[in-house]
Design a binder for this molecule. Structure first.
Ligand SMILES: C[S@@+](CC[C@H](N)C(=O)[O-])C[C@H]1O[C@@H](n2cnc3c(N)ncnc32)[C@H](O)[C@@H]1O
Length: 226
């Protein structure tokens, strides 16, 4: 038995565990499909390993058990979008991808134009194997026009800024099917504090609960009878 294993055995009742820094040896590493996909998308996403695994699990759940379209706000280079599209490729659901593809719209909170180091054509190519993907290029929520009648099963909001996330919640939650999931990135990020403000305001206004994950994301699940 290694020294780390002996120390971990002693520490077991405390809940503290020794783990190599940046180790990817969590339970996700035994999910071969996920790990293969993650390695493929990692160069094109800011969503790290742990958050990607949460995203993957929720998207897979929605793909297997729910009916309704899919959306992502905040696509950037398309890595996490590819992970989502992969989960829904065997379905007939539309996957709507919203982004300016010219960086953050400025509202005084984010740095306007941040994340503009992206070529839209490259993102299109990256997502081209998925025939059910539809790009909505431009400023959200303007780009949601025409989707008012759609129902959604899974939505990933990664727009960083208060306005974008609040607009996303206001648009998608009423259109979420019972059991449907809206995941948000950066909920507890010390940089993108507007995300928490948007979620907390939304949950206070609506009485809907948000589940906080260990890696700064949170998820809002529409109650099955809500
Ligand atoms: C952090 S990046 C997204 C990262 C991406 N999910 C990934 O996998 O790397 C945030 C993106 O949100 C987009 N964005 C934020 N607010 C937006 C809005 N209101 N309309 C369109 N795009 C927006 C920005 O253009 C930027 O590309």
């Amino acid at each position: 038995m290694s020294l780390a294993a002996i120390v971990n055995r002693i520490l077991l009742p405390t809940g503290i565990q020794l783990r190599k820094a940046n180790s990817d040896q969590g339970f996700w590493s035994s999910d071969k499909e996920f790990m293969t996909l993650y390695k493929e998308i990692a160069p094109y996403t800011l969503v790290g390993l742990h958050k990607s695994f949460m995203l993957y699990q929720c998207a897979r759940f929605a793909a297997q058990h729910l009916v309704g379209d899919v959306a992502q706000l905040g696509v950037y280079k398309g890595g996490s979008a590819k992970m989502i599209a992969e989960c829904f490729k065997e379905t007939d659901r539309k996957v709507y991808l919203f982004d300016t593809f010219e960086g953050l719209p400025g509202d005084g909170e984010g740095e306007a134009g941040m994340f503009n180091d992206v070529q839209f054509a490259e993102v299109e190519t990256r997502l081209s194997p998925y025939k059910n993907v539809e790009f909505r290029k431009g400023f959200f929520p303007d780009t949601a026009q025409g989707l008012e009648g759609r129902k959604f099963s899974f939505v990933y909001l990664d727009g960083d800024m208060y306005e974008s996330e609040k607009d996303g919640l206001n648009f998608f939650y009423p259109r979420l099917v019972p059991g449907g999931i809206i995941m948000l990135d950066d909920y507890e990020s010390p940089k993108w504090v507007g995300v928490k403000r948007a979620v907390d305001e939304f949950t206070n206004e609506t009485g809907v609960a948000a589940i906080h994950t260990a890696y700064w994301q949170c998820a809002i699940i529409k109650p099955p009878l809500g």
